[in-house]
Write a protein that binds this ligand. Structure first.
Ligand SMILES: Nc1ncnc2c1ncn2[C@@H]1O[C@H](COP(=O)(O)OP(=O)(O)O)[C@@H](O)[C@H]1O
Ligand SMILES: O=P(O)(O)O[C@H]1O[C@H](CO)[C@@H](O[C@H]2O[C@H](CO)[C@@H](O)[C@H](O)[C@H]2O)[C@H](O)[C@H]1O
Length: 452
């Protein structure tokens, strides 16, 4: 199948289409160029499925994204008319086509290679073929497809060089028998260029609820009964927050065993503090409304320079929040070990303080407590309830962590933990500015509260 005409058509369409995709990570900067640089026909004919690499240029910097592009002469109505070529053939984002997505699972099941693209499954796993793949509709930086009740395939959108950390870490944790992850089952590789990982197949936890959904339901319950305290309403989350703390401590111990762990070295805290200042510089230039907090932030960072070094450094989750944990009937699982989507890969795989993950989860309790108030008229009573919910669940999480972790109670390292939490909130300001501008007020208000 000749792919040049499709690539030419996409070259015209993508600069305006890409910035409107939820998973597109560069919404803060104009797209100067979005050039499809390679197309591999995974299925030729009608229907067709193309794997397309797109080089995106923004502010002179290049990033690489992957697209699955489907094509049919007579598509069902919901897929029709996205891009129509000169021959009247319809082209569209193929993750919305469950029948075409079935082909990806079938290729993993049979261990196919198509040109540079390799489909692999773990050697001790045999997979059921022939399942259609439905795209997950939740807020995502990537795109995940669910196959029956069994499997979930994550297609990484912005590609980074070499093995994807999510796949690498899942496999390492599975090898040491970690009980708090979904089993890794297979992957899709690109054996050209920087050899990025394109996708990861895992066991799908059909009975699971994600932590963000559970926590925000609990907050909603509390807000609906604003005259009651957090421990008096039906949806109290503190027992779950406690169990979650214990699960995170167990995963930290497994990560230390599976990958790396060593004492903090001289100068390491200084380097971390320098990085906090640098991140703040970047975010301040993109989001001027953070400026009133600059002084307080910088002094909280500086206080960490003189504080105790915390606990041994090790491989950490890197972007832990309530949307990255699933409650199954057997307990909590952690997902998505890819780290912060915007950080360079070298930073994501470096040993870091596990207090970073604690800080991420503490931020998330604060987010869950305050997100219902976004865009609402000020209501003092609801503000008080939100704060109460956050304090109660943050405390329960730390209690659960301290009961299991060999490193003890994270709150013993208060100054460093606070600086890490503020650093995470600065990251969130940038993340929200680039991805969900309506939510930027959540981390901005938190910074004002924590730093004051
Ligand atoms: N193994 C799994 N079982 C059930 N649901 C999952 C599993 N892994 C991920 N999910 C769901 O898919 C969503 C996206 O997954 P995630 O790995 O966080 O993707 P992203 O990197 O795009 O943020 C999660 O919010 C979660 O609800
Ligand atoms: O899940 P991802 O790896 O894509 O992480 C990114 O997106 C997250 C949002 O989906 C973002 O998390 C922020 O919002 C959450 C609520 O939606 C909240 O629980 C987190 O505390 C908050 O940081 C995350 O920062 C970003 O990297």
């Amino acid at each position: 199948m000749t792919t040049e005409p499709v690539l030419r058509m996409l070259a015209d369409e993508l600069p305006s289409w890409l910035p409107n995709q939820r998973w597109f990570g560069g919404k803060d900067r104009p797209v100067t160029e979005a050039r499809p640089i390679r197309a591999v026909a995974l299925l030729a004919g009608d229907p067709a499925l193309l794997h397309v690499l797109v080089e995106v240029v923004q502010d002179g910097r290049k990033s690489l994204y992957q697209l699955m592009v489907g094509s049919r002469h007579r598509p069902p109505e919901h897929l029709a008319g996205v891009w129509v070529d000169d021959d009247g053939r319809h082209w569209y984002e193929a993750t919305t086509d469950p029948d075409l997505m079935a082909h990806l699972l079938d290729s993993i099941t049979s261990g196919l290679s198509v040109g540079p693209i390799g489909f692999h499954h773990e050697s001790d796993v045999s997979l059921e073929p022939g399942l259609r793949g439905r795209a997950v509709t939740s807020e995502q930086s990537n795109t995940s497809l669910i196959y029956g009740q069994q499997y979930i395939l994550k297609l990484f959108r912005r590609l980074s060089a070499g093995p994807n950390p999510d796949l690498r870490v899942h496999r390492a944790l599975h090898a040491v028998g970690c009980e708090h992850i979904a089993q890794p089952l297979g992957w899709i590789s690109d054996d050209e260029g920087d050899r990025p990982t394109l996708g990861m197949l895992q066991q799908y936890m059909a009975d699971a609820a994600d932590g963000w959904a559970m926590a925000t339901t609990s907050v909603r319950d509390l807000m609906a009964e604003a005259d009651l305290h957090a421990d008096e309403v039906g949806g109290d989350f503190a027992g779950e927050a406690h169990r979650l703390g214990a699960a995170v401590a167990t995963v930290h111990a497994d990560l230390a065993r599976a990958l790396d762990s060593r004492p903090v070295e001289a100068g390491e805290i200084d380097t971390a503090v320098d990085a906090m200042h640098q991140r703040l510089d970047t975010v301040l230039s993109a989001v001027p409304s953070l400026a009133p907090q600059e002084k307080a932030l910088r002094s909280a960072f500086e206080r960490a320079r003189g504080a105790d070094g915390g606990v041994p450094v090790q491989h950490v989750h890197g972007d832990l929040h309530l949307g990255q944990v699933l409650r199954t009937v057997n307990g909590w699982l952690l997902i998505d070990f890819e780290g912060e989507p915007a950080s360079p890969p070298s930073e994501r795989s470096a040993p870091r303080s596990p207090l970073r993950d604690i800080a991420g989860m503490l931020r998330s309790f604060d987010y869950a407590a305050h997100q219902l108030l976004v865009g609402q008229p000020e209501d003092h009573q609801l503000e008080v309830r939100a704060k109460e919910w956050s304090t109660r669940n943050r405390g329960a999480f730390c209690d659960g962590y301290a009961e299991v972790s060999p490193n003890g109670d994270p709150r013993d390292h208060e100054v460093l933990l606070r600086a890490l939490e503020l650093d995470k909130a600065v990251y969130e300001v940038f993340y929200e500015h680039a991805n969900r501008p309506d939510w930027v007020q959540i981390p901005l208000s938190s910074i004002a509260r924590i730093a004051s």
